[in-house]
Design a protein around this ligand. Structure first.
Ligand SMILES: Nc1ncnc2c1ncn2[C@@H]1O[C@H](COP(=O)(O)OP(=O)(O)OP(=O)(O)O)[C@@H](O)[C@H]1O
Length: 702
């Protein structure tokens, strides 16, 4: 019986077809499997470069282009186009089998042949070639075949490669793009890892090749699955994983494992798929957790979509996964033993530190002590004066002599005593206590723990998660990007009992943002020393996007009013171009700026809402940079990126008070801007008034 497969690109294009055509496509292909081989009416194309491309009639005007193997029964729907375009598209192309992945690939042979002489002429006048440092042998080993190799050798810059995206076989193009982005052949090989097929590949066996290409082609089992796939073309993440993503989703790890990667590389997608996978195994409960309640709510909704569309027994699978943000888990466990905690808010905590300082008569600042308590005493679980004397104070800047340390310890000790005597708690101590409770229980609540936005968790939360599942294979899985840390302090996973050595993977292809916006945004953090939570430094080199678009638009205004005027124009022009209000986002550093931006937009007749006030469909969401986490927008305006607003003066510890905290605060402010800017999918506007923020220095002219 013929089996229908759909090329990933077509799923995205289907939505753009007019409704009657869409309906006809569904009708024609829903019957596909019932049709006998002879009843399929696949038309041959005269003078085609590859006679395995055929057309199928959709209606009088439209034709589907189908790739039909010589042997085998898998037919891949590639395109639906007007009659003449369909014939032209199919006539120019050739299908082949990638020698490394064994997957299906299609190239535009006609255009490659006709472009080559022009590229060769250009190359004669340019002294260097794009891939001159890469050996032919390496390119071949990575599956670049002779035609693509000849083409690649004529390229002189990355823009030519980008322009050739639709011409070259996709996997081979990705290999070249990775090399052009600065990856070594070994790194590219590693990235292909999961897709590499073992044994010989038969270059003629298209049927096997299609079946080996789950990242590019969806095999459709019956009309219902066809309708479901066609109806949600924008949720491609649910269906197609990049081989590098799939490898992480499907792996069995001997212990805790981690996936990292720049913004938009699909870490959350991987975490969701992995949670589903682990639940399907049926070995026990899965905890899917993250940093904030808003993010947890979003995860839960996405998980439901994924499981409902991809699991055979969705309710059972969902029943095995608990989605809960980490503080909520901490409080739940805490309450089981102690009831509701009396929580210190920041103002009460400051007052308590002041009380300690006054009581002891020492000249130590409450904010210094609070940071020392969190980052050294709590993080390292320091229990007595001797341990504090010996504790590493990495990142705390100013060294303390023994006498000073004794004073600090005395203050911390008094503070802890006060907490104990008065029955007071902070979120950190609640986590620590919950961790202690779970560590003491023989029965752990979860078999697997999956953590998203891992970079923002503090040590107590890590200890809690460590204690929430017994040590075993596939116990903990963490996804995060330390360049996006905007809340928590630096944590070394090894120090909190989470050993990921040898079980760490990196994603590098961004699916959200255009190459222009991503490249510009990466400039905000490049060169900043950012830890990798595992004793080393993280790098976002090689993080790249394959989507082309416009450069970010930068604008400096004279005053805040003028900047808001510019915002109104920008948002107005996006709305006029047909972008829906919900697809537009506005980010600012402070709550006040958010409120003023909402007012300004409303004044201009553009419905807007503050994200802090929750959902309101049909208006432009405006939020602080902190709230931008986990969101994405087609068009995004980041406002108030001025020298007086970013870094936010009140959020940065003065250098003279504590140089370590100062540097860390500055990096956090920089990361905030980075997080905000990387939420934009198609258009990014960045504006300021008076002087630009110092963080923009490196990227102002790009
Ligand atoms: N394999 C895929 N195919 C299509 N779209 C994908 C794929 N993987 C991820 N995406 C899309 O890319 C976007 C970013 O994915 P996701 O949020 O998982 O990335 P992230 O690495 O967690 O991002 P960030 O760190 O910036 O929050 C989402 O819109 C997601 O649906």
């Amino acid at each position: 019986m013929p089996q229908l497969a759909i090329a990933k690109e077509f799923l995205a294009e289907y939505a753009a077809l007019e409704k009657p055509v869409r309906e006809r496509v569904t009708q024609v292909f829903a019957k596909f499997e019932q049709a006998t081989h002879t009843g399929l009416h696949l038309e041959k194309i005269n003078h085609a470069r590859d006679d395995r491309f055929r057309t199928i009639r959709v209606d009088q005007f439209w034709r589907g282009v189908v790739l039909a193997p010589r042997n085998g029964d898998t037919y891949t729907l590639m395109k639906v186009l007007p009659h003449d375009d369909a014939y032209a598209w199919a006539g120019r192309r050739r299908a082949s089998v990638n020698s490394v992945t064994g997957g299906i690939e299609v190239r535009d042979v006609d255009t490659i042949d006709s472009t080559l002489p022009h590229l060769e002429r250009v190359a004669e006048h340019v002294p260097t070639r794009l891939f001159e440092d890469v050996k032919d042998a390496d390119l071949r080993r990575l599956g670049v075949d002779e035609q693509t190799l000849g083409f690649a050798r004529t390229l002189t810059d990355v823009f030519q490669l980008e322009a050739a995206r639709g011409l070259l076989p996709a996997v081979q193009w990705e290999v070249l793009y990775g090399l052009a982005a600065g990856l070594t052949p070994e790194q590219v090989w590693e990235e292909m890892g999961a897709a590499i097929v073992e044994g010989e590949v038969d270059p003629e066996d298209l049927d096997a090749a299609v079946r080996r290409s789950p990242d590019r082609v969806l095999l459709v089992e019956g009309p219902e699955e066809l309708t479901a796939a066609l109806e949600s073309p924008f949720d491609l993440w649910r269906i197609y994983l990049h081989p590098a993503q799939r490898a992480v989703v499907e792996a069995s790890y001997g212990g805790p494992a981690r996936v990292s990667g720049g913004p938009g590389t699909g870490k959350t997608v991987v975490a969701l798929h992995r949670a589903q996978r682990l639940a399907e195994r049926g070995e026990g409960e899965v905890l899917l957790t993250t940093f904030t309640s808003t993010l947890a709510t979003a995860l839960e909704a996405q998980l439901r979509l994924l499981v409902e569309s991809r699991s055979e027994n969705p309710e059972e699978v969902l029943g095995r996964i608990r989605v809960e943000h980490v503080d909520r888990l901490a409080h739940r466990v805490f309450r089981e033993e102690h009831g509701q905690p009396d929580l210190l808010d920041p103002a009460r905590e400051r007052a308590l530190w002041q009380e300690v300082v006054a009581g002891l008569g020492v000249d130590l600042s409450p904010s210094f002590l609070a940071q020392e308590w969190r980052q050294v005493v709590l993080t390292r679980r320091v229990e007595d004066a001797q341990a504090y004397l010996e504790a590493k104070r990495t990142g705390r800047g100013r060294g303390l002599n023994a006498a000073r340390k004794a004073q600090v310890w005395q203050a911390v000790h008094s503070f802890r005593n006060l907490l104990g005597e008065r029955g007071l708690w902070t979120h950190e101590t609640v986590s620590e206590e919950a961790a202690r409770i779970l560590a003491g229980r023989a029965e752990k609540p979860f078999r697997h723990v999956v953590v998203d936005e891992a970079q923002d968790l503090h040590a107590g939360q890590w200890r809690l998660l460590r204690a929430a599942a017994a040590e075993a294979g596939d116990d903990l899985f963490v996804a995060g990007d330390t360049h996006q840390r905007v809340y928590g302090p630096k944590v070394s996973l090894a120090e909190v009992g989470v050993n990921i050595r040898g079980r760490s993977s990196k994603l590098r292809i961004n699916y959200r943002t255009t190459a222009q916006i991503l490249g510009w945004s990466l400039g905000l953090v490049l060169g900043e020393p950012v830890d990798d939570m595992d004793g080393g430094l993280d790098s976002i080199a090689g993080c790249r996007s394959e989507i082309r678009g416009e450069k970010p638009v930068l604008h400096g205004a004279a005053t805040w009013e003028a900047e808001l005027g510019y915002l109104k124009e920008t948002v107005g022009s996006w709305a006029e171009a047909g972008v829906l209000p919900d697809e537009i986002g506005v980010a600012a550093r402070s709550k006040r700026a958010v409120e003023q931006a909402v007012l300004a937009l409303e004044e201009a007749g553009l419905p807007a809402r503050s994200l802090a006030k929750g959902q309101a469909v049909g208006s432009v969401p405006v939020g602080t940079m902190h709230r931008m986490k986990g969101l994405e927008f087609r068009c995004l305006a980041v406002v108030g990126v001025g020298g007086e607003q970013l870094p936010a003066p009140r959020s940065v510890t003065p250098e003279e008070e504590d140089p370590g905290a100062h540097a860390r605060d500055l990096l956090r402010e920089r990361s905030l801007l980075f997080v905000a800017c990387t939420r934009a999918r198609e258009q990014l506007s960045v504006s300021w008034h008076r002087s630009p923020s110092p963080f923009l220095e490196a990227v102002l002219d790009r």
